[in-house]
Design a protein around this ligand. Structure first.
Ligand SMILES: [Zn+2]
Length: 172
């Protein structure tokens, strides 16, 4: 086993995103006690590959799920995971009549750190607590991190998973 490997999906380069934000996000994640603990745990127990992508549309192409900023795919449950992190947001730059001109901008590095941590939490949860789900049900409000106004639908979370997220939020 080894530390997670980071890879950049072709959509990352095609979107013109900055790898600097990824380095910052990884450092933010590792700088928290729980983030560091996750990475240590996963380095010992599993093989994790992290893929950074352009936008939610690029993730949807891989997972089929719309509106998600991250995804943890168990390639081999309990042993091997592919973690996907969306690094960019599509923003409207200007409008002419019915035409919206859009471009892709870098997500804030803290936001990327949150997504990365969240998905690593899934990998750890599925490894540490086999056959107990992924850590939360669908629609648990995981991507509502904007402006640090995190709204959790607590009833949809496993309390152990939620405790990890809250420990992270307190330090990041
Ligand atoms: Zn999740």
């Amino acid at each position: 086993m080894a530390k997670p490997i980071s890879k950049f999906d072709l959509s990352f380069a095609n979107s013109g995103l900055s790898p600097d934000n990824i380095s910052k996000a990884q450092l933010s994640c590792e700088a928290t006690t729980i983030g560091k603990a996750h990475l240590k745990y996963l380095a010992e127990k599993a093989v994790v590959t992290i893929y950074y992508l352009g936008t939610t549309a690029d993730l949807a192409r891989i997972t089929g799920a719309a509106d998600a900023d991250g995804y943890c795919h168990p390639v081999f449950l309990g042993k091997q995971y592919n973690v996907y992190v969306v690094a960019g947001d599509r923003k409207t730059t200007f409008q002419i009549g019915d035409i919206d001109k859009t471009s892709v901008v870098n997500k804030d590095s803290k936001e990327i750190a949150r997504i990365l941590f969240h998905e690593l939490s899934h990998a750890r949860f599925m490894t540490e607590y086999p056959n107990q789900g992924t850590g939360h049900e669908a629609g648990a409000g995981e991507s509502s991190f904007l402006n640090a106004q995190v709204t959790y639908n607590v009833s949809l979370y496993d309390q152990r998973f939620l405790a990890w997220i809250q420990a992270f939020e307190n330090q990041v």
